[in-house]
Design a protein around this ligand. Structure first.
Ligand code: NAD
Length: 515
């Protein structure tokens, strides 16, 4: 028997011992900077001349690691390895597959701060954000392992007299796993272990900004006893390796998390049946968001301001769930806006290696440029009331920025900026507030801050998002508690960390026998 699932506790850094332990981990990880990492294909380590260089976004001079880069030939070799190992892995006892996840979770837990310290370096995450990312990675392993044990029993179906019917799940085949850099550990690990625990084999192409944490995790899986060829590690260019594997006739499943544009490209390409392909590919695509915190007239305004702040600026707004729009009733608009400005101006920003830092850098030069361009657009469309400046001399730092008085249909309120920028718009009636909340092409998360029970009940039905929160921030979904995934252009609503997720990686089979 396994203990029931509960989520990994977050570290309380107000306790001195925890701070000291984390500092020790940072020091250890400092000594591991700049190392080379290999590809892993069929358990074999392969070093290539071409490397992806992972750098610290808070300090561009610091190389976190150099990771070998796969090309099409190596991607093909990995596909052959994954196809071959599928023949045996698919037949493993599901409980034994789950056992590997339990062991990988235990190994990660023992090295928890080390992994989080790496995320501070590689993704520019402040301590708390890094700690939450690692905890979520552990949660995915613990949760999916238990879910698989349940799923292996099949689901009940009726049988008539004289027959026996069964409804069971079988693995699909080779899964191509394409994660983003923003939950560099959690989403990468979650989208890797879900296909493997369900009996598929994996080609893992990590995000190019954060390949080192993925290389570390592949080591953990190996230590946990994963047979060779089940996960093949092939960092590479999205355009070259990504397209090649998405198009590949042997690909059964693609599990992608990232931007809308790349997601749509993958969705379209995967639909094209290639010569020699005998099946339809299944695509899980979790994409962007333009998430709204709605503040009602009758609301706790301090809670509203704190919720807007946390939703907008946690991890510099680089979350698909980030509340990048605050939509506030006109009667309380000025009060809420002023309070958010006050909180924002007091927030400590800068080097994420320092315990005090609330917000660190954005991920890279391209993000920095894109966000600064949006801030310029914001100056035309509205009024900058906090922040607005960037400095990329040492790392990619942008001030937490608030843009007020925006048209909800303008670019700032419609397009995903993916940075520390929140736009404020006003509404007159609750109907109008809901209409604005629903007026983007996305539908990922949202929050309503309200003391009006009727409005809360209406929002449950009419606020069209995959993850809806009341009287709190709209970020921070927990595996097993708030399954995660969005509507509309936010994706296929796969609900990662939820009870339906693993079945998406499998094929249900009905077996009927006359007695
Ligand atoms: P991205 O789309 O740029 O990249 C995601 C992954 O796709 C990377 O591994 C990248 O190398 C790969 N890729 C790029 N081109 C490809 C191609 N042609 N074929 C195959 N793969 C290709 O996204 P990102 O910048 O890494 O992440 C940020 C985005 O992810 C944001 O839009 C954010 O909202 C979204 N996101 C969504 C969720 C969710 O659960 N809905 C979670 C996290 C992030």
């Amino acid at each position: 028997m396994y203990t029931p699932y509960k989520h990994e506790p977050l570290t309380d850094f107000s306790i001195e011992k925890n701070r000291k332990d984390f500092e020790a981990a940072l020091e250890k990880v400092n000594g591991l900077m700049g190392k080379d990492y290999d590809l892993v294909i069929d358990g074999e380590r392969i070093s290539t001349e071409q490397k992806i260089v992972s750098i610290n976004p808070a300090n561009k001079e610091e190389v976190v690691g150099r990771v070998s880069k796969a090309n099409k030939d190596l991607a093909e070799k990995a596909m052959e390895a994954a196809s071959e190992s599928f023949k045996t892995w698919r037949n493993w006892d599901p409980e034994a597959r789950a056992g590997i996840l339990f062991r990988a979770a235990a190994i990660t837990r023992r090295r928890k701060h080390e992994f989080s310290a790496l995320l501070v370096k590689e993704a520019g995450k402040p301590w708390k954000e890094a700690d939450a990312d690692t905890a979520e990675a552990i949660d995915f392993m613990e949760y999916y392992a238990r879910q698989m044990i349940e799923l292996a029993k099949g689901k009940p179906v009726q049988s008539r007299e004289g027959e026996r019917n069964q409804y069971v799940y079988q693995p699909s085949g080779v899964a191509v796993v394409i994660p983003p850099w923003n939950f560099a550990f959690a989403i990468m690990a979650g989208t890797t272990v879900a296909p493997i625990v369900t009996g598929n084999t994996v080609l893992l192409k990590p995000a190019s900004a954060t390949p080192v944490v993925a290389a570390w995790f592949v080591d953990v899986l190996e230590q946990a006893g994963l047979p060779k060829g089940v996960v093949n590690f092939i960092p590479g260019s999205g355009a070259e390796v990504g397209d090649y594997l998405v198009d590949h006739p042997k690909t059964a499943l693609i599990t992608f998390t990232g931007s809308r544009d790349v997601g749509l490209r993958i969705f379209g390409r995967a639909a094209v049946v290639q010569p020699g392909q005998k099946h339809l590919k299944r695509v899980i695509a979790e994409m962007g968001g333009k998430d709204t915190v709605v503040v009602d007239k009758d609301a706790d305004l301090e809670l509203a301001a704190q919720s807007i702040f946390a939703s907008a600026f946690g991890f510099a707004g680089q979350k698909c769930s980030a509340g990048s729009r605050a939509v506030v009733h006109e009667d309380v608009y000025d009060q809420v806006l002023n309070r958010v400005v006050e909180i924002t101006k007091a927030a400590v920003t800068g080097n994420p290696e320092s315990y005090e830092t609330y917000m660190g850098p954005v991920i890279d030069q391209a993000s920095f440029n894109k966000i600064m361009e949006y801030i310029e657009i914001g100056k035309q469309e509205g009024r900058i009331v906090a922040g607005g400046n960037g400095d990329n001399s040492k790392g990619y730092f942008i001030e937490p920025t608030i843009i007020a008085d925006l048209d909800p249909n303008g670019r700032i309120q419609q397009e995903e900026i993916f940075g520390p920028v929140v736009g404020f718009s006003k509404f007159k009636t609750f109907d109008e507030g809901l209409e604005i909340a629903n007026n983007t092409e996305y539908g990922l998360t949202g929050a309503l801050i309200s003391n009006n029970r009727e409005h809360i009940e209406r929002a449950k039905r009419e606020f069209h998002v995959g993850n809806l929160y009341f009287n709190r921030n709209c970020t921070g979904a927990i595996v097993g508690y708030q399954p995660f995934g969005g509507f509309n252009m936010s994706g296929t609503d796969s609900k990662a960390g939820g009870p339906d997720y693993l079945a998406l990686h499998m094929q249900a089979k009905t077996i009927s026998e006359m007695l």
